[in-house]
Design a protein around this ligand. Structure first.
Ligand SMILES: Cc1cc2nc3c(=O)[nH]c(=O)nc-3n(C[C@H](O)[C@H](O)[C@H](O)COP(=O)(O)OP(=O)(O)OC[C@H]3O[C@@H](n4cnc5c(N)ncnc54)[C@H](O)[C@@H]3O)c2cc1C
Length: 275
């Protein structure tokens, strides 16, 4: 058995310095996804790991009037402890559905967003809420909308080589929202996916609508959403049907079972906007 060299960064500058000196070193946050597929007696890890759980800058959460900011190494359990007055309901519902209590105690929000093999449960909610992630490397810091983590092939497109440090979520008002997890709930399988929906009206007109669905493949179309905005509420059943038709081609890359579930969740969400 080979031992791994584990580097415990004491602060953010230290972590970035370790990454500069050891390009390609594996970032280890809660480790729950890194170790997820390793059910055997031994575990296999790369030669070098960068542990980020104790970096103070990544362990903070703060609330302003306009947004909630969460350090990447804040665990899912800690996030839930912030309570319903601080957490946007869509995000709270998404993270409540992650794994088991034991997993939630270790799993971090940054790790949930950074998984490359598939979308994890927080992405659809963060995509609807227009969440931003701060990515840092030696070149400095960049804020990126989480929607940009959806690649053109529908798979996660998480930048390689840096550190996701903070997640910023605007505290917008939403009049209706819905979040549903489909497939096995406490472990990510090919049949597991999360649907998120949020909408806001101004004077009887649909002012904003967001719809995201993700599992192994992610779906979000700002073009389709823009085509719905501006309609009078409630939507007629003819309008709801034509909007659902528009989403059919977006769902084409999904396996049949998930496409059907997406269709019925979308119908349910549009039902919230209809008479
Ligand atoms: C039994 C079990 C059940 C689970 N159920 C669910 C579930 O229901 N829903 C769900 O969404 N997930 C689930 N997971 C997957 C996993 O627990 C979560 O996705 C978790 O949030 C990952 O966070 P982590 O801190 O453990 O990430 P890690 O495993 O430490 O890292 C995951 C990936 O992200 C990278 N990474 C981590 N943090 C950063 C960072 N700050 N910057 C850059 N890269 C980073 C790592 O290098 C790695 O590639 C489950 C896992 C297990 C073992």
């Amino acid at each position: 058995m080979l031992a791994s060299d584990v580097h415990f960064a004491k602060d953010l500058a230290d972590a970035l310095d370790i990454q500069r000196r050891r390009p390609g070193i594996l970032v280890f946050a809660g480790g729950t996804d890194i170790l997820r597929e390793q059910g055997g007696r031994g575990i296999s890890l790369p030669a070098e790991l960068l542990c980020i759980q104790s970096i103070p800058e990544l362990r903070r959460a703060g609330l302003t009037e306009r947004f909630l900011e969460i350090g990447a190494a804040v665990t899912v359990a800690e996030l839930l402890e912030l309570g319903d007055s601080a957490l946007p309901p869509l995000l709270a519902e998404a993270v409540r559905g992650i794994g088991t209590p034991a997993v939630r105690n270790l799993a971090t929000l940054g790790g949930n967003i950074s998984c490359r093999s598939r979308f994890m449960d927080s992405w659809p909610a963060l995509a609807c809420l227009d969440g931003l992630v701060e990515l840092r490397d030696q070149g400095g810091a960049t804020w990126m909308n989480v929607n940009r983590l959806l690649g053109e092939d529908g798979k996660p497109s998480v930048p390689v080589g840096g550190l996701l440090t903070r997640v910023r979520i605007p505290l917008d008002r939403w009049d209706v929202h819905a979040l549903r997890k489909v497939g096995p709930r406490s472990y990510p399988t090919p049949e597991t996916a999360v649907f998120a929906f949020a909408a806001r009206a101004e004077k009887g007109i649909l002012a904003e609508v967001r719809i995201a669905f993700a599992g192994e493949i992610g779906l979000r179309s700002q073009a389709l959403e823009s085509s719905i905005i501006g309609r009078s509420l409630p939507l007629s059943s003819r309008e709801a049907t034509s909007i659902a038709e528009g989403y059919k081609s977006l769902a084409e890359p999904l396996p049949e079972g998930l496409a059907l579930q997406f269709g019925s969740l979308l119908d349910g969400a549009l039902g919230l906007l209809s008479s």
